[in-house]
Design a protein around this ligand. Structure first.
Ligand code: HEC
Ligand code: HEC
Length: 305
């Protein structure tokens, strides 16, 4: 309801609710005052099928009290809980508050378990089967929708199993990525490269870095244009993890393979975001996830006594 700019709808809904309850009470009161007029034999006087008559008994008392109880309950409920328009209720209960409390309780219960995990280094934890089962579940719930349930990613979402890193594959860097998120930004470079022909040439040069050039003349012509790219991707095209610029020589393509895909990158640029998880997951959960992700492309070290 907080989306509305005036409180009209709040008052409207609260009014209908209260009128409904009042209506029930009045109906109950009015009908209970009405005395039952019965004939001498306590029937309504209607007769069907020759001898079928209808008894004229009042509603049982217990039945009437059920009505009274529901009315009292409704009033008490509306005082205590949110229900009357935007009135928050005297107990201050909210569904988000209850959720936060349940999450906090669950996290507290899991603390001793996670304490064992956080005591271990990432490289060691990756060899702990129990911790990795927890890590896999965390990954399924929080990461798989983007990186895939096998963590192999898809177009625009990096493969986390191939030991090819945009932002760095050390435990520290992975943890930083998960906690703070990342933004990969490739600017529109077409103007800096030159004409559309030059863009095509530089695309062929980029392809030649991984042995995929289809036109060696264009690749040769594009080489000098690559200086515009070298600031981020390096003179040798091997990338720069400090700014998330990918290695262009390893034949691993985040945004698609081929001349057209590369020309698209140069002509349109790209902003690609990994959302920060720090506010959503606890530090201990991120520690376990870091070990899980690191372990996808590294062998765990033996526990140090
Ligand atoms: C909404 C989609 C989304 C979700 C959810 C998501 N990621 Fe990502 N992640 C991305 C994108 C997009 C990138 C690439 C960012 C870039 O291009 O620089 C990325 C990058 C990464 C990287 C860096 C890879 C590299 O090569 O350096 C890691 C590690 C990572 N994610 C782990 C995770 C983990 C663990 C989770 C779950 C807690 C997660 N991600 C959840 C979209 C997502
Ligand atoms: C300001 C830094 C910067 C410059 C300059 C730059 N790039 Fe990029 N480039 C990036 C970043 C960052 C990404 C990764 C985007 C992402 O995270 O999704 C990228 C991605 C790419 C990709 C996609 C790689 C893949 O795996 O799919 C190609 C191709 C590419 N750049 C080519 C070029 C070319 C060619 C030039 C020069 C004309 C150039 N870039 C200039 C920063 C830069």
């Amino acid at each position: 309801m907080s989306d509305f700019t005036s409180n009209f709808w709040s008052v409207y809904v609260a009014g209908i609710t209260l009128l409904g309850i009042l209506g029930c009470a009045i109906l109950l009161w009015a009908t209970s005052r009405k005395k039952v007029v019965s004939t001498a034999d306590n029937t309504t006087g209607h007769v069907w099928d020759e001898d079928l008559t209808e008894m004229n008994n009042p509603l049982p008392r217990w039945w009437m009290w059920l009505f009274v109880i529901t009315i009292v309950f409704a009033v008490l409920y509306l005082v205590a809980y949110p229900g009357l328009g935007t009135n928050p209720g005297s107990l201050g209960w909210t569904s988000t508050g209850q959720h936060a409390k349940e999450v906090a309780t669950a996290n507290k219960e899991l603390e001793p378990l996670y304490a064992q995990y956080t005591a271990k280094k990432v490289e060691e934890l990756a060899g702990d089967g129990g911790a990795m089962a927890v890590g896999e579940r965390l990954f399924m719930n929080n990461c798989a929708q983007c990186h895939g349930s096998d963590a192999r990613g898809s177009k625009g979402f990096p493969n986390l199993t191939d030991n090819d890193w945009l932002h760095g594959g050390t435990p520290e860097k992975i943890k930083e990525t998960i906690t703070q998120g990342r933004i990969g930004q490739m600017p529109v470079m077409a103007a800096a490269v030159g004409s559309p022909e030059d863009v095509k040439n530089v695309a062929q040069y980029v392809l030649s870095l991984s042995g995929n050039a289809t036109d060696s003349v264009r690749a040769q012509l594009g080489k000098s244009k690559f200086t515009a790219c070298a600031a981020c991707h390096g003179i040798d095209g091997k990338g720069n993890q400090a700014i998330g610029a990918p290695n262009l020589t390893d034949d691993i393509w985040l945004h698609g393979f081929g001349e057209q895909a590369i020309m698209n990158m140069v002509n349109n640029g790209k902003v690609n975001q990994m959302p920060a998880q720090g506010g959503k997951l606890t530090e201990a959960q991120i520690h376990v996830l870091t070990a899980y992700v690191w372990g996808l492309s590294n062998k765990p070290t033996k526990a140090t006594p």
